[in-house]
Design a protein around this ligand. Structure first.
Ligand code: ADP
Ligand code: ADP
Ligand code: MG
Length: 674
C-alpha cells in the first residue's frame, strides 16, 4: 500500500479522499490555487503545494505542475477526484510516464469511453443493449436525416464529444431535423471542438439508473448495485438514491451483468459507473439501454457506500496498489435505503442561477459516521463557516447523505436533515430540495427525468413559514439579544435607569412596543404589549396572542397563542433569517431613520456581484431611472446577470465600457438619488 498520495482536486471530494487516506494511515498532499489558499481541503491534508491562479486552467488543470508537486513531495500515487483531470487520458499517461500510479483506469479505457459514438460501437460488440439509433462515422447531413426518419420521432441528437448535459437537441418531427442538426453541430464545435453527432430514439418518461462497477488488475469484476439519478435539472443530477425504487432482483442482475460486460470490454480497472437510460412501459415493465460510462469516482458514490457498508475510496486505493478486489459478487449485499441531496449555491427560483458569497452561517445536521452512515446522516462538505463560495469552481457546497431501513425512513431523515441545514450569506437550493423531497412524485417514487418540471407548481416560489411565526421568532431573537446585553451590563454593576428598561417594566400600566417589518415585500407593523401580570402579547396582522419564548439548545422555543415551535434565527444587519421545521424565511426590520440614511450612504455605488464582463449598459449619463429598472448586463459564471437600479435616481457616470472585464466589487456606474 502507498504511504503518501497527492490529491489533484479541491472541495468536498478532496476532503473525502483525505479522510479515507488518514484512516488507512496514508499521508496526503493537497494542491491549491490562489482562491483556495485557506480552503478546507488544504487544512485536512498533511502537506500542500501551491499550483497557481484561481481559474482551473491556471491550477487544477495544469498537469505538469501537479506532477512536479507529486514528485517533489514524494507521493507515490495521484487521486484525481472527479471533474478536472479525472477523465483526461493524457494526464493518466503522464502519471505513468513519471512513475506515479494514477488512481483510476488505464489511459486506453478512458479513451475508449471518452467519445459517445465510439463507445457505443464498442458496447454493441460486447452485447450491451443500446438505445436504438445511429452512431456511425458517416456524418453526411442527408444520411443523418434518413437515419432519424428510420428511427422514428422524437429523436435526440447528441454531440459525440458532449458532456455535462450540453450539446443535445430533441427533435419532434422530420421537418425540424435539419435545423436542429445545424444548431447542435454549431454548439458542439464551439464547446467541444468536434461536431460529430449521434442520433438516438428519444426515450419517453425515462429514468436514469446507473451501476457502480469495480475491476482490479487481476481481471476480477463486481458491480455494487445501482443508483437512481432520475431527479435532474438541466440534465444534471439533484437527488440520487440507492437502491432504485421498483427494481426486481432479476432486472438488477441483468443490468449489473451488462455493466460488468461494458467494463470488461475496455479492460477497466478501479471504480467506474455505467449509466443506463431506462424506459418505463405502460404495463410497468422496464427496458434498459447503455448511455455512457464515467471512468472515475462519481459525486453520488456515498449512497452506494451507505447501502453496501463499503468505503469505495479504500477500494480504489487497494486496487491501485495492486491488491485484488476486497469482496466478490456473492459477498455483496444491499442494506436499507440511502438518498443523497446536492446542496448548491444557486437560486432555484431564478432559473438555478449560481450564487457566490460568504457562508456567514453554515449550520449542518449532526452526523453519525463517515462512510457507513448506518441509519444516520452523513455530510460531505468542502467548506466551513466563514468560507467564500467563489465564482471559479462548481456551485456544489456539500452533499447530505441519509440512510434508513426503508426508503420512507430515509426520506423522513432527509427532510429533518435539510431542515437542520442553516445557511446564511448566499442563496442555496436547500428549501427547493425540501420541496422536491416532499412532492408527491418523489414521495411515491414516481421517478423520471421530468419530475422537476412536472412538480413545478409546488417546487418554486414557495414560502412555507407564515408571517406570525417569522415575526415571533425575529422578535424573540431581538429580545434575547437585548437581555444578554443588559445582563452583561448588570454584571459589570452598571446602574440601570428603571425608566429606560425595555422589558416593559413601568410603575403604572402596561407598556407597548412597536416593530416594523418587511415580509415577502409587504410592510407589517407589530405591537408587543406587556400585560399587568408580566406576560407578553403580540398583535400581528389583526391577530393577537400571548407570546413567550425561551432559549433551548436547538434554537428558541417560541409560543404564540396556541402555536409552539422551535425556531433558529440569525441576524445579519437588518435581516433576520428564520429557520423552522417547515422551512426558512427572511424578515427585514425597518427602522425609519436608519433606512433613510442607508439609501443615501449606499446611493451611488453599483458594483459587480462577481468577476466577469460588462455586456452592455441600458442607460447613459444623465438618464433618470426608476427603482428596478435595468442599468447594465454582465456576463459571469457563464450566465448573464442584470444589474437593476436599487432606487429612483439619475445616472451620474458610467465607469466602464461594454466588453470591459471587471473584478468583483468594481463600481460599474454612479447613481445619484432623485
Ligand atoms: P455526471 O453528471 O456526468 O454523471 P457527476 O454527477 O459525477 O457527473 O459530477 C461530476 C461533475 O462535477 C464534473 O463533471 C464537474 O462538472 C463537476 N466538478 C468537477 N470538479 C469538481 C469539484 N472539485 N467540486 C465539485 N464539483 C466538481
Ligand atoms: P452527459 O454526457 O451530458 O451526461 P448523457 O448521454 O449521459 O450526457 O445524458 C444526460 C441526460 O440526458 C440523461 O441523464 C437523461 O436525462 C437524458 N437523456 C440522454 N439520452 C436520452 C435519450 N435517448 N432519451 C431521453 N433522454 C435522454
Ligand atoms: Mg451522463
Amino acid at each position: 500500500m502507498f504511504n503518501k498520495i497527492l490529491i489533484a482536486n479541491r472541495g468536498e471530494i478532496a476532503c473525502r479522499v483525505a479522510a479515507t487516506a488518514r484512516r488507512m494511515a496514508i499521508k496526503t498532499v493537497a494542491v491549491y490555487s490562489d482562491a483556495d489558499a485557506n480552503a478546507k481541503h488544504v487544512s485536512v491534508c498533511d502537506e500542500s503545494v501551491y499550483i497557481g491562479g484561481s481559474a482551473p486552467k491556471d491550477s487544477y488543470l495544469r498537469w505538469e505542475r501537479i506532477l512536479e508537486a507529486a514528485k517533489a513531495s514524494g507521493a507515490q500515487a495521484v487521486h484525481p477526484g472527479y471533474g478536472f483531470l479525472s477523465e483526461n487520458e493524457e494526464f493518466a499517461q503522464a502519471c505513468a510516464d513519471a512513475g506515479l500510479v494514477f488512481i483510476g483506469p488505464l489511459p486506453s479505457s478512458i479513451r475508449a469511453m471518452g467519445l459517445k459514438a465510439e463507445s457505443k460501437q464498442l458496447m454493441e460488440k460486447a452485447g450491451v443493449p443500446l438505445v436504438p439509433g445511429y452512431h456511425g462515422s458517416n456524418q453526411d447531413d442527408a444520411l443523418l436525416q434518413r437515419e432519424a426518419d428510420g428511427i422514428g420521432y422524437p429523436v435526440l441528437i447528441k454531440a459525440s464529444a458532449g458532456g455535462g448535459g450540453k450539446g443535445m437537441r430533441a427533435v419532434d418531427k422530420s421537418e425540424d431535423f435539419a435545423a436542429a442538426l445545424a444548431s447542435c453541430k454549431r454548439e458542439a464545435i464551439n464547446s467541444f471542438g468536434d461536431d460529430a453527432v449521434l442520433i438516438e430514439k428519444y426515450v419517453q418518461r425515462p429514468r436514469h439508473i446507473e451501476i457502480q462497477v469495480f475491476g482490479d488488475t487481476q481481471g476480477n469484476y463486481v458491480y455494487l448495485f445501482e443508483r437512481d439519478c432520475s431527479v435532474q435539472r438541466r440534465h444534471q443530477k439533484v437527488l440520487e438514491e440507492a437502491p432504485a425504487p421498483g427494481m426486481t432482483p432479476e432486472f438488477r442482475q441483468q443490468m449489473g451483468e451488462a455493466a460488468v460486460a461494458a467494463a470488461r470490454a475496455v479492460n477497466y480497472v478501479g471504480a467506474g459507473t455505467v449509466e443506463f437510460i431506462v424506459e418505463q412501459k405502460s404495463d410497468g415493465s422496464m427496458i434498459f439501454f447503455f448511455m455512457e460510462m464515467n471512468t472515475r469516482l462519481q459525486v453520488e458514490h456515498p449512497v452506494t457506500e451507505a447501502i453496501t457498508g463499503q468505503d469505495l475510496v479504500e477500494w480504489q486505493l487497494r486496487v491501485a496498489s495492486g491488491e485484488p478486489l476486497p469482496l466478490q459478487q456473492d459477498q455483496l449485499r444491499i442494506h436499507g435505503h440511502a438518498i443523497e441531496a446536492r446542496i448548491c449555491a444557486e437560486s432555484p427560483d431564478n432559473n438555478f442561477l449560481p450564487a457566490t458569497g460568504t457562508l456567514h452561517v453554515y449550520g449542518l445536521p449532526d452526523c453519525v459516521s463517515f462512510v457507513r452512515c448506518d441509519n444516520g446522516v452523513r455530510v460531505d462538505s468542502g467548506v466551513r463557516q466563514g468560507d467564500p463560495i467563489s465564482p471559479f469552481y462548481d456551485s456544489m457546497v456539500a452533499k447530505l447523505i441519509v440512510h434508513g431501513d426503508t426508503r420512507e425512513q430515509a426520506l423522513s431523515r432527509l427532510d429533518t436533515a435539510l431542515a437542520q441545514t442553516h445557511i446564511v450569506g448566499l442563496n442555496t437550493n436547500v428549501q427547493f430540495l425540501r420541496h422536491v423531497t416532499q412532492s408527491r412524485s418523489f414521495a411515491e417514487a414516481n421517478l423520471d427525468t421530468a419530475l422537476i418540471p412536472r412538480e413545478e407548481a409546488v417546487l418554486f416560489k414557495q414560502e412555507r413559514v407564515g408571517l406570525n411565526l417569522a415575526v415571533a421568532g425575529a422578535i424573540a431573537h431581538t429580545l434575547l439579544e437585548e437581555q444578554a446585553v443588559e445582563a452583561s451590563l448588570a454584571q459589570r454593576h452598571v446602574w440601570l435607569d428603571p425608566w429606560a428598561r425595555r422589558d416593559g417594566w413601568r410603575s403604572h400600566g402596561p407598556s407597548t412596543r412597536r416593530f416594523d417589518f418587511e415580509f415577502q415585500g409587504e410592510v407589517h407593523t407589530v405591537q408587543m404589549t406587556t400585560l399587568h401580570d408580566g406576560a407578553l402579547q403580540l398583535d400581528v396582522a389583526g391577530e393577537s396572542g400571548v407570546f413567550s419564548f425561551a432559549p433551548v439548545t436547538q434554537g428558541i422555543d417560541v409560543r404564540l397563542g396556541e402555536r409552539r415551535q422551535i425556531v433558529s434565527v440569525y441576524r445579519k444587519e437588518a435581516v433576520a433569517h428564520v429557520f423552522t421545521a417547515q422551512g426558512a424565511t427572511q424578515i427585514i426590520a425597518i427602522d425609519a431613520l436608519a433606512h433613510a440614511g442607508d439609501t443615501q450612504a449606499e446611493g451611488g455605488r453599483l458594483t459587480a456581484p462577481m468577476p466577469g464582463k460588462v455586456v452592455s449598459f441600458a442607460v447613459k449619463a444623465g438618464d433618470t431611472v426608476t427603482k428596478g429598472q435595468t442599468l447594465a448586463v454582465m456576463d459571469a459564471m457563464k450566465m448573464e446577470h442584470t444589474i437593476a437600479a436599487p432606487m429612483d435616481g439619475v445616472v451620474a457616470e458610467l465607469l466602464y465600457a461594454p466588453g470591459d472585464q471587471v473584478t468583483e466589487g468594481s463600481e460599474l456606474l454612479k447613481l445619484v438619488a432623485a
